[in-house]
Design a protein around this ligand. Structure first.
Ligand code: NAD
Ligand code: KPL
Length: 303
């Protein structure tokens, strides 16, 4: 079974190169003909691991190519996911499976609504990768990927291929709790690092702000039926701040580089969920307003 991977960005390239290295059939879906031509000119995808680069000549195509797609890894940003999935709709076989690698929440439902016949598998990853050149990805941080369909205990047989490719993973029937927990961590840390212009460790100077956000986020998680994701949230946020003290958060890096953020799928999703639950979250709302103003002042989208 071929792995079609849409998005030759950081995570898409990290998955594509490791699957190809394990001898599994992989095809990369590029945005358009000019990107495909640039990819061909590059001669494949390069993976940099422990300072060593190796190139993998993985076949590429655009969404317009004809062959049916049975297994798709959607590896674009959350704000591109629905449209990207829609471009592939005509090629999806009736029993197609789509693995959604997007951070945050909201994009997964949008994809599922666009492709009602596809089997959507949600994923939450703590792996770290970045691009240091076109079609070149650096494996920056070992991590783990949880995959699952809510309430489904039976893992698909192809998970063995991830094993074969050395992609650390676990199947989870409580994948929504994983995604909510990561969303809460990101909401408690990332926007504050942008607003206070600091590394994660700099948030140790703002303990009351962090505590107030964690308290609201935990209440929200419980209201949304995610009590397990609320458990010990503040303590974990403090642990992550200490453990990643020297790092800049992903949102900080996006803003610093003038890139669009995934705010709508993190803080935006949290505030919307609170509104649906008629739950007052004044700190989260104030944070969203401050962050939106900060992004707008830099010409960046606030959704
Ligand atoms: P990225 O921006 O590096 O890569 C996304 C790629 O998708 C880009 O190359 C973009 O051109 C491509 N793309 C978008 N729309 C497309 C389309 N219609 N057709 C073809 N290609 C298209 O992003 P990333 O860092 O790999 O992140 C992907 C998701 O994974 C995000 O939600 C992110 O939050 C999450 N994530 C990333 C990391 C990481 O270390 N990079 C870790 C954990 C989670
Ligand atoms: O995931 C993160 C990010 O920067 O996006 C951490 C390190 C957990 C901070 O929220």
């Amino acid at each position: 079974m071929t792995w079609h991977i849409l998005g030759a960005g950081s995570l898409g390239s990290l998955w594509a190169t490791r699957l190809a290295r394990a001898g599994l059939p992989v095809r990369l879906i590029l945005r358009d003909a000019p990107r495909l031509a640039a990819y061909h000119a590059a001669g494949g995808l390069s993976l940099v691991e422990n300072g060593q680069a190796r190139r993998y000549p993985i076949p590429g195509e655009t969404a317009a190519a004809g062959a049916p797609v049975q297994r798709l890894l959607l590896a674009c940003k959350a704000y591109d996911a629905e449209e990207a999935a829609a471009t592939l709709a005509p090629r999806l076989s009736p029993d197609a499976e789509i693995i959604l690698l997007q951070n945050g929440l909201g994009s997964q439902d949008a994809v599922a609504a666009r492709l009602p016949r596809a089997r959507c598998i949600l994923a939450s990853s703590t792996e770290g990768a970045f691009r240091d050149g076109d079609f070149r990805v650096v494996f920056a941080g070992q991590g783990h990927t949880w995959l699952g369909i809510e309430g489904q205990a039976q893992a698909p047989a192809w998970l063995g291929e991830l094993e074969q490719a050395g992609i650390a993973h676990t199947w989870s029937a409580e994948i929504l709790a994983k995604l909510w927990r990561k969303l809460a961590l990101n909401c408690a840390i990332n926007p504050l690092t942008v607003l206070h212009d600091c590394r994660n460790g700099g948030l140790a100077a703002w303990p009351d702000e962090v505590a107030a956000l964690c308290q609201e986020l935990a209440t929200l998680l419980r209201a949304c039926g995610q009590a397990s994701a609320a458990e010990g949230l503040h303590a974990e946020v403090q642990r992550v701040i200490a453990a990643t003290a020297a790092n800049y958060s992903s949102m900080y890096q996006d803003v610093a580089a003038g890139r669009r953020t995934e705010i709508a799928y993190l803080l935006g999703h949290a505030c919307q969920a609170a509104a649906r639950q008629q739950l007052a979250v004044p700190h989260l709302q104030a944070l969203q307003q401050r962050l939106s103003a900060h992004l707008a002042a830099r010409g960046l989208p606030v959704t």
